[in-house]
Design a protein. Structure first.
Ligand SMILES: C[S@@+](CC[C@H](N)C(=O)[O-])C[C@H]1O[C@@H](n2cnc3c(N)ncnc32)[C@H](O)[C@@H]1O
Length: 337
């Protein structure tokens, strides 16, 4: 993948404990105390600030989610839920003895770190727009700030490529999967995990003012406005097919929101989903609702407060689908056959 120039300087840099650049552009003068790499590095850390949250500055596309401590905590809660859903596994691809693994859009890197611990013999790389990964990590995992929506340079390198919760972040999924295809070794696997956008209840009519519907509709509309849909999970299978993958398998999980199921495992996963949503609904929608739908931040907060109430209400018996899809790169591509 290419390393492009970072975005223009942010509107309101956060302090972030990083070297400060003054309002003048002295950091870019010949006599600068910073090398080019250091300048690039410090601008990557000068996060954009919007309504009290911080966002990445680097990359060709604008990610919807904040990258501050609150958002990182939420991602780690989500990771626990995803792992419970897979009963402790990290992926479902039937890959054997992977040597090189790539986690695309790694976030806090928690999946990549767990994966490195599970496969000490493998090298695990995580890429993201935000430099929010820890530095105390197993020796076989490393992170790079990189943009998966730009051209990739890796070719036939990985045994396994994993992505999770990239909804709303990819303009063209078939193109994205073609890049993954190219980066995989022949016979390598892709493993995709995405939450469904819509919520429903088999038992209760959620009514016309249902905050779940308003929230999902808003994400759907705002994602489409920026050309990066949030409605991803149900389509992964056909996009993988279009990109040339074979042996595609899809597993769908119907996950409760909250602990209303009689089944102990479903109650457990459901209560983590509840926590993940209580902590995350605002992170998902705030930037898109304000910038694309012209909502005020107060309107966003009111909807999110109503939604959090609904999420905590176990009597609504709400559920949500989660999609796990795997595909394999053929041992021989069509051109070689
Ligand atoms: C919802 S988080 C999921 C993080 C992680 N995959 C997980 O499941 O724990 C989505 C991540 O994708 C990253 N992302 C979005 N667009 C990206 C891009 N174009 N290139 C690299 N990373 C990107 C974001 O910065 C964010 O950390």
């Amino acid at each position: 993948m290419d390393v492009p120039d970072p975005n223009p300087p942010p509107n309101e840099p956060s302090d972030g404990g990083q070297p400060e650049q003054g309002d003048d552009d002295s950091a870019f003068e010949e006599e600068s105390q910073y090398t080019d790499t250091e300048s690039l590095r410090s601008s990557i850390f000068n996060f954009r600030k919007e309504h009290g949250r911080t966002y990445h500055v680097y990359g060709s596309t604008e990610h919807w989610g904040p990258n501050d401590d609150l958002a990182q905590e939420q991602q780690d809660i989500s990771h626990h839920m995803w792992s419970l859903m897979l009963r402790g596994e990290l992926y479902i691809a039937p890959v054997e003895n992977p040597h090189r693994i790539l986690d695309v859009g790694t976030g806090t890197g928690i999946w990549a770190i767990d994966c490195a611990e599970k496969h000490p013999e493998a090298s695990v790389k995580g890429i993201d727009l935000s430099p929010i990964q820890p530095s105390w990590v197993p020796p076989n995992v490393y992170f790079e700030i990189d943009d998966f929506n730009l051209a990739w340079v890796d070719s036939e390198k990985y045994d396994l490529i994993h992505h999770r919760e990239l909804l709303g972040s990819v303009p063209d999924w078939v193109e994205f999967y073609k890049k993954c295809f190219q980066a995989l070794k022949p016979g390598g696997w892709i493993d995709c995990a995405e939450p469904g956008l819509w919520f429903d209840s088999f038992y209760v009519d959620l009514g016309p003012d249902d905050p779940y519907k308003q929230w999902s509709n808003g994400l759907f509309e705002s994602g489409n406005q920026v050309g990066m849909s949030f409605d991803v999970g149900p389509f992964v299978k056909e996009w993988l097919e279009a990109a040339g993958f074979i042996n595609i398998r899809e597993k769908k999980f119907c996950c409760t929101v909250g602990k209303w199921s009689k089944d102990p495992w479903e109650r457990d996963v459901g209560s983590w989903n509840q926590l993940r949503l209580v902590r995350g609904v605002e992170d998902f929608c705030s930037r898109r609702f304000v910038n694309q739908l012209d909502w005020s931040i107060d309107e966003v907060e009111i909807l999110c407060a109503r939604l959090r109430q609904a999420v905590k209400n176990n009597t609504l018996k709400v559920h949500q689908w989660f999609f796990f899809v795997v595909g394999q790169k053929p041992m021989e591509s069509k051109e070689e056959a």
